[in-house]
Design a protein. Sequence first.
Length: 239
Amino acid sequence: MEPDSLFDYDKGMYVIGDSSETNGQYPFFGANFWEDFQYPLNIEYMNEFGNPEFEFMAEAEIGGNFSRGFPKKSFIINNNDRFGLDRLNYPLFPENDYEEYDGFSLRAGAEERSRLLNELMRTINIQWNHKNAMQSYKPAALYINGQYWGIYNIYERKNDDFVESRYGFNDIDMIKDYDEVTDGDAIAYDALIDNFNDETLSGDAFFEYAQSVIDFDSFTDHWIYQLYTSHGDPNNVRY
């Protein structure tokens, strides 16, 4: 990856840049790493024995929300057919029954002290056969241009490709952070919110309606995890 793509004062996606816009306060809104910069890079993946498994060109951007303000940042890797590879075909996550991915995330876990909370809850989710829709992951040591960058976790992306691969739905509406439409539209979601705010819907009628439009097993497991772990980033979800 070109060093300027990361560290250039004006366009480097890993640095603050023109700090006059940030007021020097976390999470440094206005910094370069809050911009929608995407840059090409060459990715080489080696297995746990140090043997190369695949290599391809893709695009990278900074991922996460307030974790962008930490020194160690997450990356999102986007496959791009203009570089010759639209989908990676490799068993990146052996527990999945599919092997094609349109990209993945390199999660730093910077905003959470143990760096293992998401990973622990993912393991519990599988072992206890819970219904929370969580991505698969695997730990990795990241090197950028030959320099050791730290321990990261490779994650599936939370997008329409994940929903189609995991659950078989290829025509979906996806809402991010309560009001940002990333796929489809918000018509059904807005109708759900309007009905929940309808004061004439109460008691058994309210509960029956909620059961008809929400996967209660998944929704309940999600909030059990949030409450039990005192999760401080509850808005980072997809509906």
